[in-house]
Design a protein around this ligand. Structure first.
Ligand code: SF4
Length: 472
């Protein structure tokens, strides 16, 4: 994107404030366009003849620096690339790294189906959402087209995940594609030897294609060749070498490609990048006694390239000690650094509270909220939890910064109609907000009890302090 502020975007909009886009002003729409929360098509006047020239120019200027490529179909489809900045703090990264876990065509059918199910069903609750992985890579180990195709068919029967078909043999890829061409798989990979066959396959089946070469001039040349032939859904693999100087050079290649695409504006190489951390298994071996070391190194390499700049990666270890840190890092890197992770303010019921149950108060900073909620619910304390809008900031900082104060407690009590449900007019505020207790009593007319500084101590606190005289 070559525009740096909503005002710059606004100059290309009709400027009539007609509200057809659902926003009150063109400037508000401009701001949402920059955030990618609205699309140009949502401004119908922009497509009228008198604004068409501006609209066309705006589409060009808003296009992300790195091309966005999608694999899979329906709800499971995953976008990759589409980034505008080298560093997350400059704005945000938009499409999180797509995590792909492998199966291979020499696996026994039962083992294959079981692994596919495990990958598809894996999830882990983290800060209010279930983390999942994204796709399955099917590797040709047999080198046999028919064996590969049968494996692809079985995987497709077992999962609706996007697929990555892996072989340098075009015939093998073609047989596999015949089974799943309607699911928009990514094919992996064309190189300097097989590119003509892969180009033909990508055109015929209309699927995204990976180009492989550790030689960046060759990689650029392949990308220009495919692009000139009308193939734009391209993913680049500059090779992932898992140790020593090879790893250092791999890292350097990823950075150079991304810099060329974003900072230098070289469109010929501005495509999503794929890393293959599972190459760690080539070094550490696949024997059972080496599996721990291999999965450890795979996770380390994955972490490196999640940060710089893999848009998609192929991994092998589905063990929690490897998968959890990798997926958690993705969750953390691909949040908007300008906004704290927050939850909706409101009044939550925990268990089966009555009008005499305690009313706990917390902020809408997601980490705080989920910690408090979990501490209360896991101890089976039937209660209400009033989540106050602190602009997504934790208790201590929000008290210091003024986002949490007596007025915000009063606003929350009123807007969530707490008195309709809680009849004792006693609230328990976090220990870290103790200094607000007196003023809050004055402003709200409620009795304020100061709870523990750590919500893990709520059960012990309850034994000593609940019910107070105001409730019993
Ligand atoms: S529809 Fe277009 S012209 Fe109308 S307010 Fe929205 S941005 Fe402005």
């Amino acid at each position: 994107m070559k525009l740096n502020s909503p005002m710059e975007v606004w100059k290309y909009l009709p400027g009539t404030n007609c509200k057809e886009c659902g926003e009150k002003t063109c400037l508000a729409f401009a701001s949402l366009l920059m955030e990618r929360k609205k699309k140009l098509e949502e401004c119908p006047p922009l497509f009228e003849p008198k604004y068409a020239e501006k609209g066309k120019k705006l589409a060009e200027l808003l296009a992300p620096e790195v091309r966005e490529v999608e694999i899979g179909i329906g709800e499971r489809a995953r976008k990759m690339g589409g980034e505008d900045v080298m560093h997350r703090h400059e704005r945000t990264f938009f499409n999180r790294t797509v995590l792909v876990y492998d199966v291979w065509d020499t696996m026994k059918e039962e083992e294959l189906r079981e692994r596919v199910r495990k990958i598809t069903e894996w999830k882990k609750f983290y800060v209010g959402e279930f983390l999942k992985v994204d796709a399955i890579a099917i590797r040709s180990v047999s080198g046999e087209a028919k064996t590969f195709a049968q494996c692809v068919k079985r995987v497709a029967e077992e999962t609706d995940f996007p697929l990555v078909l892996c072989s340098f043999n075009a015939k093998v890829i073609e047989e596999g594609l015949k089974e799943v061409s309607n699911r928009r798989p990514l094919i992996y990979a064309a190189d300097k030897e097989n590119w003509k066959e892969f180009l033909g396959i990508a055109k015929r089946f209309k699927v995204p294609v990976t180009l492989f070469s550790p030689d960046l001039d060759m990689l650029n040349s392949l990308a220009v060749t495919f692009s000139s032939a009308g193939i734009e859904d391209i993913v680049l693999d500059p090779g992932t070498y898992p140790e020593g100087g090879g790893l250092e050079q791999t890292f350097s290649r990823f950075v150079r490609i991304r810099r060329a695409g974003i900072a230098d504006g070289n469109k010929g190489i501005a495509y999503p990048l794929i890393a293959v951390p599972m190459t760690a298994w080539m070094v550490h071996g696949s024997k059972a006694e080496n599996a721990l070391a291999a999965s450890y190194w795979e996770a380390i390499i994955a972490d490196l390239f999640i940060i710089k700049y893999a848009d998609i990666m192929i991994l092998h270890s589905i063990e929690p000690h490897s998968l959890i840190p990798v997926r958690t890092l993705v969750a953390n890197i691909y949040t908007d650094p300008r906004r704290p992770v927050s939850v909706e303010p409101g009044l939550r019921e925990i268990g089966n509270p009555t009008e005499r149950s305690p009313l706990f108060v917390t902020t809408n900073f997601a980490l705080t909220y989920y910690t408090v909620e979990s501490d209360i619910s896991s101890n089976k304390i039937d209660s209400y939890l009033m989540v106050v809008d602190s602009e997504g900031i934790g208790v201590e900082s929000a008290v210091a910064g003024g986002q949490l104060n007596a007025e915000s407690f009063k606003d929350a009590l009123e807007s969530f109609k707490v008195e309709d449900k809680v009849k004792h007019k006693t609230m328990v505020i976090p220990g870290l907000a103790a200094r607000l207790s007196g003023e809050t009593e004055d402003v709200t007319g409620w009795t304020v009890l100061v709870g523990p500084r750590d919500s893990g101590r709520i059960p012990g606190w309850m034994e000593k302090n609940w019910p107070p005289e105001t409730v019993s």
